[in-house]
Ligand binder design. Structure first.
Ligand code: ADP
Ligand code: MG
Length: 444
């Protein structure tokens, strides 16, 4: 059984070592990002490795061949060889890509999109499918308790105080909802002992030396088997019918009650899904650990193409693997610890940066620091714009070289012209790359 304690993320508490603060982690991630170079950048380097010796050989030939074989003037051809060397210097070509990538990363950061490396700047342009977690990603991740249904002998406030005690230190959105209503009703919460979170299922802790569980209907089914009462089954059905999520609370073998929670869909979600389709993303998929009924209600509301519900974290990974096999390049957008493995498996992991858990943000290749889903279509357009700028830069620097190389071979180029062209091309390529910093910043 996979057990992860998920209450370690209080980034503000002063007793954290400085190496563990969010800022320190972001600084470290950015450092690592710079060492992960984009494919085009690597291509340019491989190109330069072949190109440089070829140019050296060619200019040597220009210097030696005409005087030796054709009776040319040594001084004149030495000059032409120098011109060729200068003009062939791949300055513009070599800086064209890194400049564009750094500018692209900076432009994204200015919009609150933290991209951890040039590699991940090129992927969004080529995505064919996007998988999104439901809670906290497609929804606001601020579920509210809608109804409290005691089952058995315990009262409503006992039910709530037990649930709150177990959830006291959990960072799961459902835990926050339960704690909020407990506080609202003035219930004194004494945190449970030995609390363990089971990602995708629930939490267990000890109250007065007895284990108390809080979790999904599936978790209840797993732990207690088919021992559920008539009253429990009807209540669960009614909650599911309303598109809500039923959270069960039970101690050893007895169910204490149900807590129905509902989470509002992000207002922009439907528009974003439509925009992703318009950008050529063939399949937008929702992955969730939640029950099928609330999952389908939200799928309908947002217009996603496909729903996978009742998934454990490892099943989210399997779903991603299936999508990768079907579609090639697949992104996973998530916020929870339970999404981290799937994000790692996807071609591109994207985390909600503000609401997201530390595990998700650390695993992600890209973090949306303002939890703003509208950054997703923007990111795809930005990535495509970056690739366009890189292609323009590579094309332009190669064209300048070709033209001047030709002129040199015809003996028509001057050294000063060659130097001017080289510096000019480098400057133009840099300026073209820098456009990415300001690209589309006003949209917000
Ligand atoms: P999602 O995939 O929608 O982000 P999770 O995988 O985090 O959801 O959780 C799946 C389900 O497991 C939840 O809908 C809930 O029923 C249950 N669950 C997970 N963690 C908790 C918790 N801390 N308290 C109560 N229920 C939980
Ligand atoms: Mg989630």
């Amino acid at each position: 059984e996979m057990v992860i304690r998920d209450w370690s993320s209080d980034v503000c508490s002063s007793d954290l070592p400085s190496s563990d603060t969010t800022l320190a982690r972001i600084v470290r991630m950015v450092g690592e990002a710079q060492s992960k170079r984009a494919p085009t950048e690597q291509w340019v380097e491989r190109f330069a490795r072949i190109y440089t010796p070829v140019v050296m050989a060619l200019s040597l030939a220009v210097f030696l061949v005409p005087p030796l074989l054709l009776g040319g003037d040594w001084a004149a051809w030495f000059y032409q060889a120098l011109v060729l060397l200068v003009i062939a210097c791949p300055c513009a070509l070599v800086i064209s890509t890194p400049v564009s990538i750094v500018a692209g990363l900076t432009g994204a950061a200015r919009r609150g999109v933290l991209i951890k490396g040039g590699v991940h700047l090129e992927t969004p342009a080529r995505l064919t499918a996007i998988a999104m977690d439901k809670t906290g990603t497609l929804t606001l991740g601020r579920p509210k308790v809608i109804e409290i249904i005691p089952i058995g002998t315990r009262s409503e406030s006992e039910l709530l105080s037990f649930a709150a005690a177990v959830e006291a230190r959990s960072e799961h959105p459902i835990a926050r909802a339960i704690l909020a209503i407990a506080a609202e009703r003035g219930i004194d919460v004494v945190p449970a002992k030995d609390v363990t979170a089971v990602p995708g299922l629930g939490v267990v802790g000890k109250i007065n030396d007895r284990h108390v569980w809080v979790g999904s209907a599936i978790y209840l089914e797993q732990r207690l088997g088919g021992g559920d009462s008539e009253k429990l089954t009807t209540a669960l059905k009614r909650i599911a019918g309303a598109g809500l999520t039923g959270i069960a609370v039970w101690e050893s073998m007895t169910v204490i009650g149900l807590i129905a929670v509902g989470d509002a869909v992000r207002p922009e979600a439907r528009l974003i899904v439509a925009q992703l389709h318009a950008l050529g993303i063939a399949q937008v998929v929702m992955l969730t650990g939640d029950a099928r009924a609330p999952a389908e209600a939200i799928a309908h509301e947002t217009g996603v193409d496909e729903v996978y519900a009742e998934l454990l974290p490892e099943q989210k990974v399997e779903a991603i693997e299936r999508l990768v096999a079907q579609h090639g390049l697949v992104a996973m957008v998530g916020d929870g610890v339970n999404d981290a493995p799937a994000m790692a498996r996807a071609s591109l992991g994207i985390a909600m940066g503000a609401i997201g858990s530390d595990a998700a943000i650390e695993t992600a290749d890209i973090a949306l620091m303002q939890d703003d889903l509208s950054q997703l279509p923007w990111l795809i357009r930005h990535s495509r714009a970056t690739l366009t700028v890189i292609r323009q830069n590579i094309g332009f620097s190669l064209a300048v070289k070709l033209v001047f190389g030709g002129l040199t071979l015809l003996g028509m180029a001057s050294l000063w012209g060659a130097i001017a062209a080289d510096v000019g091309a480098s400057l133009l390529v840099v300026l073209n790359g820098l456009r990415l910093i300001d690209r589309d910043q006003r949209a917000r």
